[in-house]
Design a protein around this ligand. Sequence first.
Ligand code: NDP
Length: 251
Amino acid sequence: MTVKDKVVIITGASSGIGAATSKLLAKNGAKLILGARREDRLQELSAQIKEDGGQVFYKKTDVADKDQVKALADLALEKFGRIDVLYNNAGTMPQGNLRDLDFDKWKQTLDVNILGVLNGIGAVLSTMEKQSDGLIIATDSVAGHVVYPASAVYNGSKFAVRAIMEGLRQEDKDYGIRSTIVSPGAVRTELINSIGNKDVEDSVRPLFEASDESGLSLSADDVARAVLYAVDQPKHVAVSEVLIRPTKQVV
Ligand code: NDP
């Protein structure tokens, strides 16, 4: 295992995939810096990780604000002296047709899902280049490969993340930087709460309430293992993408 003692920043750590990954990486000996807006959730998760013997600090962070993301990266340097991995995981999934003209939803989606990822890259890149070593991971999505109705903006944001992370790989490979996207299909998390459209919410609710046995959706732990796989590789192995679907997902 190469995870032990790696300094890992995780955004969107307060629930779902981010929280599950935090627990799994801590169990494998990573030193964690956690960010999200819900501080009470971060506090609770950190207390649990510490109780299990893990090393963790957290900071209330809105990824749409570049100064807050920079402060999260600075916390990693202050507490642990380096940054081995940034996991840009925070995201939101407002849904609706373009003809709804919901400019606020569009802006929120792009601010969190795209700018949030860029703010993360911007906060760690010079440190990683100085180290000649670093791994940046983003939670992308199957929605970054295919387009669904009532989801153009969310899909667009995830297509953009895929492009940005591939650009990062090409531009920074010679600086020892690796770039990974983890692209899940349906995962049972609190993401359903961000949809904000009753028809879409009703149509996907069965997936978000399904069991492992149904094969219709993944648990957050299933995705966490894919992140662990990428973090666990030696420096010469760059896992560019892991695409992970529940067995019975069609598209
Ligand atoms: P959750 O809703 O459980 O988690 C989303 C996380 O993002 C929360 O921790 C939330 O924390 C954080 N977040 C949202 N907005 C911001 C913000 N402005 N600043 C900082 N943190 C923010 O859902 P998931 O675990 O499913 O989502 C994680 C990622 O997985 C997202 O990028 C999502 O797009 C992606 N994904 C999810 C799939 C699914 O089916 N669930 C499928 C494919 C991809 P807080 O509210 O405390 O800030």
